[in-house]
Design a protein around this ligand. Sequence first.
Ligand code: G3I
Length: 334
Amino acid sequence: PTFLKVKANKLANPFFVGMAVKAFQLTNGSQYDIILKNEFSSISAEYEMKMDQISTASGVYNWTVADKIVAYGNANNINVHGHALVWHNSVPEWLKNYAGTDAEFALEVKKYITDVVTHYAGKVKSWDVVNEAADDNGGTMRNTIFLQRMGPNYIKDCFQWARNAANAAGDTNLLLFYNDYATSTNIPKQNRVFSIVDDLKASNLINGLGYQMHNTYLSPTKAQIETDLNKAVAKGLRIHVSELDIQVNQFNDISTFTNERRLAQKAKYKEMVQIYNALPAANKYALTIWGMKDNESWIPYSTELNHVGNDWPLLYDANFTIKSAHTGFLEGLD
Ligand code: G3I
């Protein structure tokens, strides 16, 4: 079979083919390990490098699991993308209930970012510094604990602290990303994201923009995606398709993975890869798939997504067998 990263590395303008991983998958010789080493040139931690997993109390860290993931990438010449320093859905309990002043809260966030970026300096090539700061309604800022307690400048503060820590550790090449979702179909949100980007660019603090791309076999359209990505190209940003999966049962109208949806999903993966592959070299970074096997995807029966039924959103089925979606990805690299 043709392996994804092997074909991607032969492109005129190569890019990393990424996979979201969990530490248990990295056991030497496991089916996951074999597929990762054959097919992928970048990894992101699906949840184990988030604040609620690393930070157990103020200034107290549990590095073990995150270190295992980073060490796996470093040992196998696989790029490691850090996901994510600041996200409202991964705030540890101690910080959620923080009794100190807002100024002290900000210092805790500064300390966390500084310590994590320092710990992984030279080992993690890029970080989602802030994830999902834009609201889904009306193009406003999402009203997170960070906005509430640190004020509207918090995003720039977080990027500055990450940059300062990287430079202090001699990691002057660390790529800092802002990461979000659904900007291609939600124009007010797209506008908000680009105002966040412009604000960061004005201080020379951002290198890249992450588009999660939790898509469906129907949406967003090619034109919607290209319009959105071209704005990031015009701003000189590296583009990371950071969490790609493609739902085929978002309306819960099928109970098994039908041939019709299989082919529609294949076409949509091919389209996404073609769009990404057409980007200028300076704007490429990685195209990351959000999980290995369909039955381990976050999407089926996801309360977060209000996804009532099952789904088959990824490149491999429950038996690690490659799907037509994988073929679509390869065809997108032609
Ligand atoms: O595996 C442990 C289990 O051992 C433990 O008993 C159980 C209860 O604590 O937790 C299990 O881990 C869960 C993990 O998913 C399993 O994969 C974590 O609690 C749970 O928080 C974690 O959810 C992740 C979620 O982010 C929150 O971190 C999902 O895997 C992950 O797909 C999802 O990814 C997010 C991106 O980071 C940001 N964009 C949206 C995307 C989907 O929500």
